[in-house]
Design a protein around this ligand. Structure first.
Ligand SMILES: [Zn+2]
Length: 135
């Protein structure tokens, strides 16, 4: 169920607006509680079941694009296997690495940035290459 894997979504679920954020919550509720039905949620929220379903579908698309449930599940497993490095890979830098940036197609899934924001820029990368070339 996609709603239980929002930690590996293309963007954080709190970026979603109003009803779509509710929809993530509804989907999680439904995933956690097998006795809860779409109809229960609908009557509680005062909405039609079809409306609830449509919000949930939109929220899923916002978070994961069009990838399948099994692709979402695989991505979750893959990312958990890769521990995030504690600090930037630049010598002497104690900053945490930059947050993960995920491409829409998920190709970069499973890779954590090695450098912090400051040392991950193209300028910093060029400086590293020049330093290495001169020693
Ligand atoms: Zn750094």
């Amino acid at each position: 169920m996609w709603a239980l894997h929002t930690s590996v979504a293309n963007r954080p679920s709190w970026h979603l607006g109003g009803r779509l954020r509710d929809a993530v919550y509804w989907a999680q509720e439904l995933a956690w509680n097998p006795r809860l039905t779409l109809g229960d949620v609908a009557s509680r929220e005062g909405l039609a079941p079809a409306t609830i379903r449509s919000y949930m579908r939109q929220a899923r698309r916002e978070l994961f694009g069009t990838i399948s449930d099994s692709a979402i599940y695989k991505r979750d497993r893959r990312w958990k296997d890769h521990k995030r490095p504690d600090t930037c890979a630049e010598d002497g830098c104690e900053n945490p690495p930059a947050p993960k940036i995920v491409r829409e197609d998920g190709l970069k899934a499973g890779q954590w940035p090695k450098y912090c924001r400051e040392h991950g820029t193209p300028t910093a990368r060029r400086a590293r290459h020049e330093r290495r070339a001169s020693t």
